[in-house]
Design a protein. Structure first.
Length: 110
């Protein structure tokens, strides 16, 4: 999907990934992407976002996308909106599906 949008993409190792799954880069801007495929009745809590924030802080990155197939807890939403040190985007399943529908030229990569 990100390659279809013109990003260079690097996948991190499956284990010991340092809190991020994908590193994307475009126009000299690096973004860390974390992906969680959890049971639909689970929710992403603040600790998962804090782990990603730690990786971002250590590497001086300011852009983050957190992608999940389940919902985000209210504490996670508040923490993402309150962040002043980094730009955080939370992508749930609904946003992923809307994005794919509105960008059919990249759906083949999904």
């Amino acid at each position: 999907m990100f390659r279809g949008l013109g990003y260079s993409v690097m996948l991190t190792p499956e284990t010991n990934d340092g809190g991020k799954d994908i590193i994307i880069r475009k126009n000299h801007v690096t973004t860390y992407v974390e992906c969680k495929h959890w049971n639909s009745d689970a929710s992403i809590g603040r600790p998962e976002l804090q782990k990603l924030a730690g990786a971002v802080a250590l590497d001086s990155i300011t852009n983050v996308i957190f992608i999940s197939t389940c919902d985000f807890a209210q504490t996670t939403l508040k923490a993402a909106n309150a962040s002043e040190m980094m730009h955080v985007e939370l992508w749930g399943l609904g946003k992923i599906l809307r994005y794919a529908k509105n960008n059919p030229y990249i759906v083949g990569d999904l």
